[in-house]
Each structure stands twice: as C-alpha cells, then as structure tokens.
Design a protein around this ligand. Structure first.
Ligand code: G16
Length: 544
C-alpha cells in the first residue's frame, strides 16, 4: 500500500517565529502539506524508529490534515503516532506528551492566535524530543529540504483512521494510538499547584471568567476550573472549540478579548478574568478594573514563586525575550538569580530550560511558562495566578500595586501596525539600521539616545548565534527603551511591532495610564523611524 508520489517544491515554505503559517488557501494547494511533512521526516535521523505526537487546535482543515499526516507517517514507516482524540491537543499538552512518552517529537497543527475558518490561516510546526519547538538549525534544514523535494511517501487507498474513538489502530507498519488529550495535562497541573486551596477560594464565592475564545482550551478549562476546582458552571465562556473560532480572532489581548474585559469591569463582573489563544499557549490576566501586562505578570510570578508548591524551593533563574519589559530583571536581581535575555520565539528558551539554567520564562506576547513542559502554557499561568490569589488573599490589582511599589513599574506598551506594505516596513527597518552611529548620542525632543543596536544572541549552551532580532534605542538617562521589530508570525504583508517602556518609581505616577505616561516616547518612536510615512498608517491596529 505504500506509494511514492512525485512532487514539486513550493517556494517560501520557510518557518517563521513559530512554524510555517500561511493562509488556508495556500496550505490546501495540491501536495503543499505533504511536501512540508515529508521534509520533516527527511530531516529525522531514522523516521521508521520514531514515535510522534500529533494534534492541533481544531481549526478549519485540522481533521483533513491529521489524516494526510498519518498516511505520510505510515508511508515513512514511522513506528508509532500518538494522536489527540478528534485530532485535538493544546500546544502545551503536546509538549507534555512528547516528554512523558519519550517521543522523538511532535507535529502541532495551529496558526496560534491567527484567525481560522476557510478564509483564515493554518499552520504546522515540529517539536523535538525535549517537547519544545525545533531550533533554528532544524527549521532551516526542513526549509532547505522543501526547496528540493521531489517525492513523498504515503499509503493508498486513503483509508481514514477513526480519530474520534480512543484506541489503537494499524496503518501498514505504523501503530496509531488515539488518546484523551486532557487527562494527563490536568494531572500535571494538579501536581504543580495547590488545588485544594484554589477550590476553597471558589467555595468562598470568588468569581472568575475564563474566555476560551472558541479555541482549544475550552475542554481543558471546563475540566480544570469547573469540574476539578468547583468554579460555577458559567465560569468558562466560549468553551466549545470551533473550526472558525466563532468568526473571532483567538488572540487574548485587550483588543480581541474586549468582551471579557468589559465583563470583568462591570460592577458585578467578577474578581478575575483570563483568556487563552487558538492553541492554548498564551494567556491574558485581568483583575476587576485592571490588566496585568505579560511583562509584569512574569515579574510577579517570579517574585512569588516560592508561594507555589512546584516552585517552593526557589528558581534556578529566569529568562525573557528581548522586547519584554525589564520588570523581571529587577526581581531577578533582588532574588540574586540569573536573568537571560533571548530573541523573540519560545524555541530560544529550550536550551536554558534543558540545562537547568532557568525555571520560569516569558514574553510580552502573552506567553508565560516554566520547566514543567517546553512550551508556553496559558492555563498554567492562569492557575499560577489563582494559586497566588488564594495564598495572598488579595485582589489582582492589590498584588500588582504592591509589586510596583516594591520594585518600581516598567511602564510598557506595544503598538502593532498589522498587514502593512512589506517593502515600506523593510525600508523603515533598513533606514534605522543605517543610522545607528548617527542616532547614538543624539538628543531628540529632550530624549537622549545613549546607544542604538540590532539585537544579536549567542546561546550560552550550544554557542549558536542569531542576529538582526530587533532594533533597540536605549535612553539610559531616563531608564527607557524603544524597540522596533517585524513580526515573524503574520501571513499578510508585514506587521511592525513597536515596544516602548520607561521605568517609573515615583509613587505619585506609578499607577498612571501607560499610553499617557509614555505619550512623549510614543511620539518620538514615530519621529525617529517615520512610522506614518513608511506604513501609511496614522495609528496602530492593536495597542497593548
Ligand atoms: C509565537 C512564538 C512566540 C512569539 C510570538 C510572537 O507565539 O512562539 O515566542 O513571541 O509568536 O512572535 P512575533 O512577534 O514574531 O509575531 P504563538 O503563540 O503565535 O505561537
């Protein structure tokens, strides 16, 4: 039944920040998915000895893609494929299964927070045996392979495996095991956090709303918050995963989860709000009348880690991506633990976690995680906050305020200009790069640029280097920074991200609105880079 099919390379199958993401219409072209999957197998040492974990966030084309991948796996005589029931797995749950089963790796079908449905996006990424995203060296090899591919292996006839029923199936030499995608994950969470204490919190009337955004975390959230922790039945909203995410944009931020924000801010709206994204690795944390920026969240979790069962021995170290605010650096310094600054992309945390250099890590893009898996983990972050609230018996806003009063506040914002003209965005970046020397030492509108650079990183474990990871303007005299980057996850044109932060320690100003506090630097970011000129936009699409 194994058949060799001739094929031709597609240009541009280059993974970005997190796997290959393209509009669904690109992915469904003849042999497009087949080429990429075969290229993954061609880069595995011995594909026939492999055990793989396979699942996705349930978006449009997920089920068809699972069947195609199973046939290619069988065509390559892969030993075993573990599939989430109905083809579903959250990204952190895949990471957990790879580690638990000592698998060779896993294939995750998701375009994360990008919209789904027939007009939306699809994505695929490969995770390695540590459970984490493939490093750059491997994604480059997979890409190189896609550019030369001439054949792939599959099985005919195209029999469908019953992925809706847990059990063991055989496709040629390949054993396919369909498993419940939730149980092991819930068990892991129970081992990390004080569920009894959180249960008591809910029993005493604590009100929470979790917005699953019609994406993958719905079933996990019902199981954990409502069934395990005793939260009322309406705690999880938009809890049914839909192929088009209900027409929404499953990105847990103030713009795309605005309904949740309004809900929590109503007089009787509840004490705590949280949301996760398409594949369950991102999180947004809200208190009544307050938003916790992901950068502050990482700093607060770090400062309070010893209050949580899994981290009561303390942390080995922490890491943040470059554009994430420096709030966690201040906590790490106070605790006397190392703090690493990595490029954007969870894959850069993998070596530090594996080497035991860090325990927690996080990014401004709503990602937070720890060494319990090798992916960021949305529900983990929500449970951490719940455990913390239960221990400290304080509201989210009280915890946030106390944190700022102790450490100072890195007032922070990110402005996104989405789907702008690619050439214009690249020109903006190129012109900034050419002017580093001229900008350094300049005083513009009362702000002195102490130095300008393009972030480069050498991995302290394997010595691998990457450069061109984002332009930083440092204003050391006012402890401020502006960062410009082009996103590596968009699928239309370019997305320019501008990150702006300044340390504020004056008690009078510490609680102010970030957009107001940073208005001068926001204007300066445009003056220096010519954002309006190059993008043709006079305001950002998303402000975080
Ligand atoms: C991915 C990566 C993250 C990254 C984020 C945004 O997240 O895993 O590490 O911070 O994209 O990247 P960019 O700024 O390049 O768009 P996800 O949740 O989309 O997989």
């Amino acid at each position: 039944m194994i058949q060799t099919c001739q094929t031709h390379p597609y240009m541009g199958q280059k993974p970005g920040t997190s796997g290959l993401r393209k509009p669904i219409k690109v992915f469904t072209q003849k042999d497009y998915l087949e080429n990429f999957v075969q290229s993954i197998f061609d880069c595995l040492d011995v594909p026939y000895a492999a055990t793989l974990v396979l699942g996705g966030d349930g978006r449009f084309y997920n089920r068809e893609a699972i069947q195609i991948i199973l046939r290619i796996a069988a065509g390559n005589r892969v030993s075993r494929v573990i599939v989430g029931q109905s083809g579903l797995f959250s990204t952190p749950a895949v990471s957990l299964q790879i580690r638990k089963r000592k698998a060779t790796g896993g294939i995750i079908l998701s375009a994360s927070h990008n919209p789904g449905g027939p007009e939306g996006d699809f994505g695929i990424k490969f995770n390695t045996a540590n459970g984490g995203p493939a490093p750059e060296s491997l994604t480059e090899s997979i890409y190189a392979r896609t550019q030369k591919i001439e054949r792939y292996y599959t099985v005919v006839p195209a029999n469908h495996i019953d992925i809706d029923t847990p059990g063991s199936y055989q496709l040629e030499d390949t054993t396919i095991e369909v498993i419940d995608p939730i149980d092991d994950y819930v068990y892991l969470m129970e081992s990390l956090f004080d569920f009894e204490r959180i249960h008591t919190l809910f029993r005493n009337g604590f009100r929470m709303h979790f917005d699953a955004m019609h994406a993958i975390t719905g079933p996990y959230a019902h199981a954990i918050f409502e069934r395990k922790l005793g939260a009322p039945e309406d705690t999880v909203i938009h809890g049914i995963p839909l192929a088009d995410f209900g027409g929404g944009h499953p990105d847990p931020n103030l713009t795309y989860a605005a309904g949740l924000v309004r809900q929590i801010n109503r007089p009787e709206g509840g004490d705590f709000g949280a949301a996760s994204d398409g594949d369950g690795d991102r999180n947004m944390i809200l208190g009544h009348g307050c938003f916790v920026s992901p950068s502050d969240s990482l700093a607060i979790l770090t400062a309070n880690a010893r209050r949580i069962p899994a981290y009561q021995e303390g942390l080995l170290g922490v890491a943040r991506s470059m554009p994430t605010s420096r709030a966690v650096d201040r906590v790490a310094q106070y605790l006397g633990i190392p703090c690493y600054e990595t490029p954007t992309g969870w894959k850069f945390f993998g070596n530090l976690l594996d080497a035991g250099r860090i325990t927690l890590c996080g990014e401004e893009s709503f990602g937070t995680g720890s060494d319990h898996v090798r992916e960021k983990d949305g529900l983990w972050a929500v449970l951490f906050w719940l455990n913390l609230i239960a221990v400290r018996r304080q509201s989210v806003s009280e915890i946030l305020k106390e944190h700022w009063l102790q450490y100072g506040r890195d007032v922070y914002t990110r402005h996104d200009y989405e789907a702008v003209d690619q050439a214009g965005a690249e020109t903006l970046m190129a012109q900034l790069r050419e002017r580093f020397d001229a900008l350094t030492g300049q005083n513009i509108e009362g702000h002195k640029i102490t130095n300008a650079d393009d972030f480069a990183y050498t991995d302290p474990i394997d010595g691998s280097c990457v450069s061109g990871q984002g332009i930083q303007l440092h204003f050391n005299e006012e402890d401020a920074r502006i960062v410009y980057r082009l996103s590596g996850t968009g699928t239309h044109g370019a997305t320019l991200r501008v990150y702006i932060e300044r340390m504020e320690s004056s008690k009078k100003r510490i609680l102010g609105n970030a957009q107001t506090q940073l208005a001068d630097l926001i204007a300066l970011a445009d003056t220096v880079a010519g954002i309006k000129t190059h993008t043709g936009r006079d305001k950002p699409d998303v402000i975080t």
